[in-house]
Design a binder for this molecule. Sequence first.
Ligand code: ADP
Ligand code: MG
Length: 238
Amino acid sequence: MAEIRLENVSKSFGSVTVIKDISLTVASGELMVFLGPSGSGKSTLLRMIAGLETIDSGSLTIGGVSCERLAPGQRGVAMVFQNYALYPHMTVRDNMAFGLRNIGMNEADIAARVDQAAQMLEMTDLLERRPAQLSGGQRQRVAIGRAIVKEPKAFLFDEPLSNLDAALRVRTRVELAELHQRIRSTMIYVTHDQTEAMTLADRIVVLNKCRIEQIGTPMDVYLKPATRFVAGFVGSPG
Ligand code: ADP
Ligand code: MG
């Protein structure tokens, strides 16, 4: 578990600025949601934390450690993507073990971690299957399992439910909330869906046009929107 702190972070692609001077702190154990419309910079911000995009200016620390010179694999964070990115030729067990084998962990420890994560996600019976033999929801669970086995300091989710149908989206959202209750790990969850944000978040960061409009609890954002944009986007009363 670790605090994630961004200070005055900016980012441009060529001449187009996509993140303008953003500062925020995700507390240790907190589930923070980045909420905003398409193109508001949510994914870019998350990818900078993961180390998948460089930061033009400003600073990022994870657990008090500056990330300036740390490659993605050295940051202790695990990212879960919306398109799962599972290896089709590998079993679920091998998909989950892959990252641990890469860092040279011994097979007994790998098996223990995979079995524990599978139990946590109630997918022990799926371990010997291949991705093609799984439903969308089950694949998403494998993707989360692959993050859990790394025992990361923080989890980063980029619209992890957007490929699921409505019913499954609700169920997986509830499971994710339960997972957070159980392991109390730092999590950042990116979505454009107000309902997801309201039901999952300890706090919400509302992003619009590369900037933060408001940071607050779901109740704060809903009942005391800081700007007209926030009020309109989350559908505040009045
Ligand atoms: P969101 O996840 O909120 O939809 P993104 O972070 O993906 O937003 O994108 C923010 C802006 O940055 C968009 O205008 C997008 O077109 C632009 N952008 C994202 N990645 C790149 C890239 N690799 N090169 C150029 N522009 C990009
Ligand atoms: Mg995005």
